[in-house]
Design a protein around this ligand. Structure first.
Ligand SMILES: [Zn+2]
Ligand SMILES: [Zn+2]
Length: 235
């Protein structure tokens, strides 16, 4: 029941969020620009096939996790709001730490650089490039995030709240996708989203210098790999 509540909450929040966000004219304009650039990329058969096999790998990884580990890691028992908030932050920060290490030393190391090279064909990323990832990399990235949920549950000594974990997963999936979109809105109230996209764009320009984390820039800042954002005026 808790796993089902997790999946349905995540689906509803994602759908409602999209409906509300794209009512804002400036964000709708950015969505259209990304969509046009994505269509041009997807017109190439090999690009489309790569996106489809990444999606299949993601679906399979999610399905296995949802059927096996998730039901043991979440429950419907209420927890104080502050505990839920702390659990969400812990899951996201633990994932981001392990993702930073994996991205910096495995994806950009000798072991998996050929796998990661596919994603780095995108020098000027748009929305669809978040999905233009080798299936192995898709599964590794997802497992790092999904694995953070049972890890925090274990440290907590019991399952975490299903709704709180749906919120953590929503933040993970959205930030991981938004950071690849083209956004040119360097003014209030869009400055943060403009910065998020520009900071990951810098990683796609020079590839190995920095900005290896994906949710926050804390670990890049701590370990001295933080790069300045790169802005673009066209996708
Ligand atoms: Zn990327
Ligand atoms: Zn990279």
């Amino acid at each position: 029941m808790a796993a089902l509540a997790f999946i349905s909450t995540l689906t509803v929040l994602t759908g409602v969020g999209k409906l509300l966000v794209f009512r804002v004219p400036a964000l709708r304009r950015m969505q259209e620009l990304n969509h046009a650039a994505d269509e041009r990329k997807l017109a190439r058969g090999r690009f489309r096939e790569a996106v489809e096999s990444s999606n299949r790998a993601g679906l399979l990884t999610n399905a296995v996790f949802f059927a096996t580990i998730l039901p043991l890691s979440v429950s419907l028992s209420p927890r104080p709001l502050w505990r839920n908030g702390a659990d969400v932050v812990a899951v996201l920060m633990i994932f981001d730490f392990f993702y930073y290490l994996t991205h910096r030393f495995l994806f950009h190391g000798r072991l998996l650089h050929k796998v990661h090279a596919l994603h780095h064909q995108a020098r000027t990323p748009t929305y669809v490039d978040a999905l233009y990832v080798h299936p192995l990399e898709t599964s590794i990235g997802l497992l790092l995030f999904l694995g953070s949920i049972p890890l925090v549950a274990f440290l907590n000594g019991g399952p975490l709240n299903a709704f709180a974990m749906a919120v953590a997963t929503l933040i993970f999936t959205q930030l991981n996708t938004i950071n690849h979109t083209f956004v040119d809105l360097p003014y209030f109230p869009f400055k943060t989203i403009d910065w998020i996209t520009s900071i990951h764009a810098a990683h796609h320009v020079d590839m190995t210098r920095g900005n290896f984390a994906t949710l926050t820039m804390l670990y890049d800042w701590l370990f001295g790999t933080l790069e300045a954002p790169v802005s673009r005026s066209t996708p």
